[in-house]
Design a protein around this ligand. Structure first.
Ligand code: HNI
Length: 141
């Protein structure tokens, strides 16, 4: 459950992210692959070197999916349902990796939004990303 304050914080952070989905999503993935190189195992078919165009494109897709959930936090399960199937049944991504990516996304937000990303916004967005991760992994069992 999200309070009205949390919803407002999530929406206002997302508003700032929306024009930069590819750039910031790509940066989050670059950090993921650099800081937690074991995550590259899922992307053998992709060029995971820093600055690669496919990282940017994929980062954009990930961020846009996050945006679809941020717009309606009370109905996230529905918005993420097909991605939940994809990650659980097709990709079989170990759920620990969602926490690692969430961490990288939070770092990117802190870098780009130094004044907006207050501790309250950090808390709300962390809670939101934890819900996204829980939804993407809930079909594993
Ligand atoms: Ni994820 C594909 C969203 C976490 C590995 N992923 C997608 C797509 C979206 C997406 C959107 C593209 C689907 C399509 O093309 O139809 N992924 C998300 C979101 C999160 C997430 C919102 C969490 C916040 N994915 C992860 C993690 C890993 C991961 C943590 C592994 C470390 N995802 C993948 C892989 C693909 C993928 C692999 C397929 C890529 C491809 O194009 O082949």
């Amino acid at each position: 459950m999200y309070s009205a304050t949390e919803k407002a914080l999530i929406a206002s952070i997302w508003e700032k992210v929306a024009p930069h989905t590819e750039e910031w999503g790509g940066e989050a993935l670059e950090r993921l692959f650099a800081v937690f190189p074991q995550t590259k195992i899922y992307f053998k078919h992709m060029n995971t070197s820093p600055g690669s165009a496919s990282i940017r494109v994929h980062g954009g897709k990930v961020m846009k999916a996050i945006g679809s959930a941020a717009g309606d936090v009370d109905n996230m399960v529905k918005a993420l349902s097909s991605l939940s199937d994809l990650h659980a049944y097709n990709l079989m991504v170990d759920p620990v990796n969602f926490k690692l990516l969430s961490h990288c996304i939070l770092v990117v937000l802190a870098v780009h939004l130094p004044s907006e990303f207050t501790s309250e916004a950090h808390l709300a967005f962390d809670k939101f990303l934890a819900s996204v991760a829980a939804i993407l992994s809930h079909k594993y069992r």
